[in-house]
Design a protein around this ligand. Structure first.
Ligand code: HPA
Length: 277
């Protein structure tokens, strides 16, 4: 197999030397959510910068490290900061950290992100359970020689976001009295926000929220058989839905405002997932 696979295996061996911790759940924290990693019972951390061949996050507000520890009784690995395609990495580099968490033992991948709301009923601050995704506007991380030891050449994508995990998140939201919508997430490359016409197109295609991450990670994790779930924080209405310009500042402010609820939902849902892994 090619060098991408070698890089992944070297990264795996490096991490195994740092810690023998075996996570069951992997969690990727999007904008504004990073603080959740500081709240867990921490067992070990590994900086991305120390892992040879690892992409480095260049986005402000994204710390670059894995945090290993427990949420309740559930062993987790958290990516405190992710890398994005728009930072200039190949898709295969972008998903390397996700694949590595699968190799380290994680059976469930919990994805989170900040997203623009396309569905008109959404508001900044709405939390959206991801039911399905559209990744057709970004390159697939599976392009190239197939990594046979991870998964097959033509993986099924009929239930990327597992129904049993969706149910747990919905029940958790209910019991915590956290309002939760659900919908389809579409990934664009960024880094520019979409034009109003692109947002209208995405809505016609069936998307409820748009962003610049997540779907590619789900494609890679689905390929290697991880069980996937995800929640988006609608930080702003997507371009053209309201008559106001978009700004990264609005994204950050909304993410900060709902971080408490978002963290509670993620934390409690993962604790409940302990029973199925
Ligand atoms: N578009 C794309 N990505 C985003 C947005 C958006 O409106 N908001 C937060 N991330």
């Amino acid at each position: 197999m090619g060098t991408e696979y070698d890089t992944l295996m070297q990264a795996y061996e490096f991490c195994r030397k740092q810690t023998d911790f075996r996570p069951k759940v992997a969690l990727i924290l999007g904008s504004g959510l990073g603080a959740l990693a500081d709240e867990i019972q921490m067992e070990a951390t590994i900086s991305y910068a120390d892992i040879h061949g690892f992409p480095k996050s260049t986005v402000e507000g994204h710390k670059g490290r894995y945090v290993f520890g427990y949420l309740g009784k559930v062993p987790v690995v958290i990516m405190q900061g992710r890398v994005h395609y728009y930072e200039g990495y190949s898709m295969s580099e972008v998903v390397l950290p996700t694949r590595l968490m699968g190799l380290l033992g994680a059976e469930i991948l919990f994805l989170t992100n900040a997203a623009g709301g396309i569905r008109k009923e959404f508001q900044p601050g709405t939390l959206m359970l991801i039911r399905d995704q559209i990744s057709s506007f970004v390159p697939s991380p599976l392009i190239g020689k197939n990594m046979d030891s991870l998964g097959c050449r033509f993986p099924d994508m009929s239930e990327i976001y597992r129904k049993d995990l969706q149910r747990i998140i919905m029940e958790t939201a209910d019991s915590l009295h956290i309002p939760l919508e659900s919908g389809v997430y579409i990934q664009f490359t960024g880094p520019a926000y979409e034009s109003p016409a692109e947002v209208r197109m995405a809505g016609l295609l069936g998307a409820d929220a748009c962003g610049m991450s997540t779907a590619c990670e789900a494609v890679a994790a689905n390929h290697m058989g991880m069980k996937i779930c995800g929640v988006s924080c609608i930080t702003n209405m997507a371009s053209g839905i309201l008559d106001v310009p978009l700004s990264h500042q609005e994204v950050q402010e909304t993410a900060d405002r709902v971080a408490g609820l978002f963290k509670a939902l993620v934390r409690e849902s993962i604790k409940r997932m302990g029973d199925i892994v």
